[in-house]
Design a protein around this ligand. Structure first.
Ligand code: NAD
Ligand code: UDP
Ligand code: UDP
Length: 413
């Protein structure tokens, strides 16, 4: 007969892993880019780690934990989670976090937020593309008024088909403005009402809650690199404000609930993150450059090209988020890669690594674009024992196969 030898383990009650087992973990926005990688990690932990216990003479393996994803598929997709659908310890709920949510959980990773800059930063034609992709992928969102979405889509199609017709252009612009209004209000609603609801949930069930805030809370920073004590330089009425100010209010709500109701909170300030499953159409620089390089199109560097960002590979990000959740520090804590690059340097690196034949062109920029951004991660290093492992040059090529598959472009031999 086969005898199972239990792994050596300290007293289960003192073993942190003991408390991780049998956990119900909610991930809002879990069908998105970072969320789905986080879910993979949480599920894989559970698959690989069976925890032996000997509790008052009652020996055995503890039940594994349950991961519940809540998402309205606005920018995320079920495809990102397809390997877990049907798994007994995984549940997927279509739900908008601006509505009340009743579930019983122990931890909440609150990521849900329309993080796509395309609607604030791009021209109507790009928006039209995005709208059409939403239509075909059935990713409509409940909180966008049906009529504005349908009308917007109709005129987007007109704009796509008849861009030379001045009436179509004027109408599509008008409808884009309507859509933009619906979507910016959705961003601020998700950040404010969505976070309030998740805090209400955390309060009712006594769960610990982690918010994925953003480096955008620093705005166009006057301090470089940015550490967590910096209060930021944010335009409260600009085109990005629904996102930046939305996250600032979300942080305020987290601290108010912590102080008033003793909720256990964790705040991560995430800096630009990249990796497989990034949304191809949402206009972020890394996904734009990789998609352009794969398609053999020019890489569009927005002027002046000397603006900087620091890019963190998604597996490092997930590692940082889990450490923050499991540790004792509330944050806010910067999670990002301090390697800083200009957009021109990024374009040159993508060109060299993915497609040396493409050209690099300069295009117009959008308002309020931060000129520089780089995290000071001293706090993450000291308090979480975390620092990123993957360098930009190693991470970028890891996206190529995923982008080729999704874009249907095969590799030239
Ligand atoms: P993403 O768009 O891929 O994921 C967001 C997910 O939230 C999507 O699946 C979307 O469908 C869902 N969602 C949006 N509104 C919702 C709502 N009202 N109800 C339910 N679900 C909703 O974006 P991401 O890059 O994975 O970002 C995840 C989180 O990290 C966001 O909170 C974002 O603000 C933050 N963040 C990301 C970056 C980055 O570089 N990717 C940087 C800073 C902060
Ligand atoms: N809430 C939720 N799920 C819960 C508990 C609360 O979605 O399990 C929402 C609820 O709809 C409310 C918000 O969280 O709008 C804030 O809840 P809280 O109890 O803090 O405030 P109150 O309901 O007293 O205004
Ligand atoms: N950017 C660019 N080309 C693109 C898209 C973006 O040069 O095709 C630039 C943009 O002007 C900004 C930087 O890349 O300076 C990062 O933009 P992104 O939207 O990815 O992130 P965020 O501005 O939110 O940091």
């Amino acid at each position: 007969s086969v005898t199972t030898k239990p792994p050596p383990s300290p007293s289960p009650l003192r073993n942190a892993k003991f408390f991780q087992a049998n956990m119900r973990i909610l991930v809002t926005g879990g069908a998105g880019f970072i969320g789905s990688h986080l879910v993979d990690r949480l599920m894989e932990n559970e698959k690989n780690e069976r925890i032996w216990h000997n509790l008052r003479g009652l020996k055995g393996y503890l039940p594994l934990s349950l991961v519940i994803v809540v998402d309205n598929y606005f920018t995320g997709s079920k495809d990102n989670l397809k390997k877990w659908i049907g798994h007994p310890r995984f549940e997927l709920i279509r739900h908008d976090v601006t509505e009340t949510l009743l579930v019983e959980v122990d931890q909440i990773y609150h990521l849900a937020c329309p993080a796509s800059p395309i609607f604030y930063k791009y021209n109507p034609v790009k928006v039209a593309h995005f709208c059409i992709s939403i239509l075909f992928q059935n990713r409509r969102d409940a909180s966008v008024s049906q009529s504005s979405l349908v009308l917007g889509l109709f005129f987007s199609c007109l704009a796509e088909l008849a861009l030379t017709d001045i009436h179509a252009i004027v109408f599509s612009l008008y409808l884009m403005i309507l859509l933009l209004k619906a979507l910016t209000s959705m961003t601020i609603k998700t950040n404010v009402i969505g976070t309030l609801n998740m805090l209400g949930l955390a309060k009712r069930v006594g769960a610990r809650i982690l918010l994925t805030s953003t480096s955008e809370v620093y705005g166009d920073p006057l301090m470089h690199p940015q550490d967590e004590t910096y209060w930021g330089n944010v335009n409260p009425i600009g085109v990005r404000s629904c996102y930046d100010e939305g996250k600032r209010v979300a942080e305020t709500l987290m601290y108010d609930y912590h102080r008033q109701h003793g909720i256990e909170i964790r705040i991560a300030r995430i800096f630009n993150t990249y990796g497989p499953r990034m949304n191809i159409d949402d206009g972020r620089v890394v996904s734009n450059f990789i998609a352009q390089a794969v398609r053999g199109e020019p890489l569009t560097v927005q002027a002046p090209g000397t603006q900087t960002r620091s890019f963190c590979y998604v597996s490092d990000m997930v590692d940082g988020l889990i450490r923050l959740m499991e540790g004792d520090n509330t944050g806010p804590i910067n999670i990002g890669n301090p390697g800083e690059f200009t957009m021109l340097e990024l374009a040159e690196t993508v060109k060299e690594l993915i497609n040396p034949d493409v050209e690099i062109i300069s295009v117009e920029n959008t308002p309020d674009d931060p000129r520089q951004r780089k995290p000071d991660i001293t706090k993450a290093k000291e308090l979480l024992g975390w620092e990123p492992k993957i360098k930009l040059r190693d991470g970028l090529p890891l996206m190529e196969d995923d982008f080729r598959t999704r874009l249907g472009v095969t590799r030239k031999n």
